[in-house]
Design a protein around this ligand. Structure first.
Ligand code: KG4
Ligand code: ZN
Length: 343
């Protein structure tokens, strides 16, 4: 089966074709980052319009590269995300599904991230512990099998990618700041500032990043007031990154111990962070799996592979779905009707 994946939940238009036998056949990605950078964040209306402009040409490009006329099924991101942006993918998938007479599969965006390591050669067996770290989510999920997800912990305030982006903004690094902050941190001394490692000694598996963000803000202000921020920037970035990585690591290792997990996967945009990847591989006493860097951030390939897994699991009815908020743990129940949920 060849499954076309469409991702339009936020500011990346992603399209890919995944073959259940041969793996990934072709993929294309258009990032809207430049469009939103001037506003310092994603503007939903601009995002929807740009998805509409880009999606069909990218579909044609991907099918052309794979040398096929039509796929056997279409998977699209049905949520969570920006509802207008989601509707572009949902509408396109269902329109193409009608034209080509093939099944259309709504995919949960975070399930896409969860299954992104399945795009690699060495794939994890179930069960595994998943650390999902993106611009919108920070979660520890115990994955028993496809669709059997237990959210063990989540952030109580900011998502970790958001903390990276906000800290980067304070340091004048532009948007999105995660990758820029990580680059700057390479030249910094991570032991110069001892920022808080929020929640690491508390029971449970939740995260919190607002206290860390405030500590960094106060430090930035301190240097800014005396005009020496430039000299301290790299050290602040490195010390912040170390605090975040230690926090993520402490919670992940604790959750893995709790479930006696042999395998951990890391996915989502922050999963591209080199320090996080290196430290987890080093300190977890089992196998660690990651998607390649390109498939950590939003992309069509993870939606195609998730759709292919769902299709193999059960032939679902066609449905138009765009759900702004959608709990990952509800996935065992198949969606049966079209729905647009803003809440
Ligand atoms: O998964 P993603 O592409 O979109 C969401 O679903 O949110 O994640 C984007 C987030 C942004 O906050 C970005 O700053 C962060 O991932 N990010 C990074 C790195 N690359 C992307 N954060 C830290 N280090 C990186 N190398
Ligand atoms: Zn994402």
């Amino acid at each position: 089966m060849k499954v076309l994946g469409l991702e339009t939940s936020c500011d990346e238009t992603g399209v890919a074709l995944y073959d259940t036998e041969k793996g990934l056949l072709a993929e294309a990605l258009h990032s809207q980052v430049d469009l939103h950078a001037v506003y310092g964040g994603v503007v939903p209306e601009i995002a929807s319009r740009d998805h509409l402009r880009r999606l069909l040409p990218l579909v044609k490009q991907v099918l052309g590269e794979a040398g096929i006329e039509r796929p056997d099924a279409i998977a699209y991101t049905a949520g969570p995300g920006l509802v207008g942006a989601l509707m572009v993918g949902a509408g396109m998938a269902n329109g193409l599904g009608l034209t080509w007479g093939c099944p259309v599969i709504p995919v949960h965006h975070m399930e896409g991230h969860l299954l992104a390591p399945m795009l690699e050669e060495d794939t994890p067996d179930y069960p595994f512990m998943a650390l999902l770290v993106s611009g919108g989510h920070t979660m520890l999920v115990w994955v028993e099998s496809l669709g059997a997800y237990t959210v063990m912990g989540a952030t109580l305030d900011d998502a970790v990618g958001e903390a990276f982006d906000k800290t980067a903004k304070l340091l004048g690094l532009g948007y999105p700041g995660g990758p820029a902050l990580a680059r700057l941190a390479e030249d910094g001394d991570e032991s110069r500032f001892k920022f808080p490692r929020p929640m690491v000694n508390r029971p449970g598996f939740d995260f919190s990043f607002s206290g860390l963000k405030t500590a960094v803000m106060l430090k930035v202000r301190e240097f800014d007031e005396v005009g020496t921020l430039d000299e301290a920037k790299a050290d602040i970035a490195a010390s912040f990154q170390r605090a975040v990585v230690e926090t993520l690591l402490a919670r992940t290792l604790r959750a893995a111990r709790d479930r006696d997990a042999d395998r951990v996967i890391v996915a989502g945009g922050v999963g591209a962070n080199a320090l996080l990847r290196a430290e987890l591989s080093d300190r977890f006493d089992g196998e660690v799996y990651y998607p390649r860097l390109r498939f950590c951030t939003d992309n069509g390939a993870m939606i195609a592979v998730a759709g292919a897994s769902r299709l193999a699991d059960a032939g679902k009815p066609d449905t138009i779905q765009a759900t702004a908020r959608w709990p990952l743990e509800s996935l065992a129940v198949p969606a049966t009707q079209g729905q647009i949920n803003e809440q």
